[in-house]
Design a protein around this ligand. Sequence first.
Ligand code: ITT
Length: 202
Amino acid sequence: MKELLIATRNPGKVREVESLLGSLSLRLRSLSDFPETTEVEETGATFAENGAIKAQAYAAQTGCSTLADDSGLEVEALNGAPGVFSARYGGPAATDTQRIELLLDELSRTGDADRRARFVCVIAIADDSAKLLRLFTGICQGRIAHAPSGSGGFGYDPVFIPDGYEQSFGVLPSEVKRRISHRARALEAALPFLLDHFGKQA
Ligand code: ITT
């Protein structure tokens, strides 16, 4: 069976990607199987650049075909922030709760009327010689709630209300996020390619 490394240090992403790719007859590996790998610096200006950097760097370090995810939240009234800086918003030591507080503060300072936002995910796939094979993008449109709610998902989920729903991803059942999230959509787009290159669905 072929192997694919899911190269992320974010446990929330690991859970979601593994559950979305679970039906492939593919041996999924995680970074905990490769304790000698060193963290890769995300120096790109776009999700696509950072996804490619991560997929290629971890494939080079492990010799394993690699799938990396670069993702984030773009808020319209903040001109797309925090965007590629979503994980680093509020500084490297900030917690998810502090990042959410900062986001709500910044948004209330803009006058608050426009709360449109979207989650973006780029999935990058590199082969075992670290050649970038493909990039796939998924988008989930929604709005930012006035206060956090729920403890489902991770990151900004407690303040993100996807279009078509009245509750945040923190409150909605995980099956909903598994169906409509930016990550689900990027992986759905990647599925035919993954099946073709790495094996059939079980
Ligand atoms: P890796 O680079 O190791 O994959 P990371 O968390 O640093 O982990 P990113 O650089 O792609 O990953 O940053 C993504 C950030 O965007 C993440 O830390 C969250 O703050 C936010 N984010 C992405 N997807 C999300 C989701 O599904 N729900 C909530 N927040 C999300």
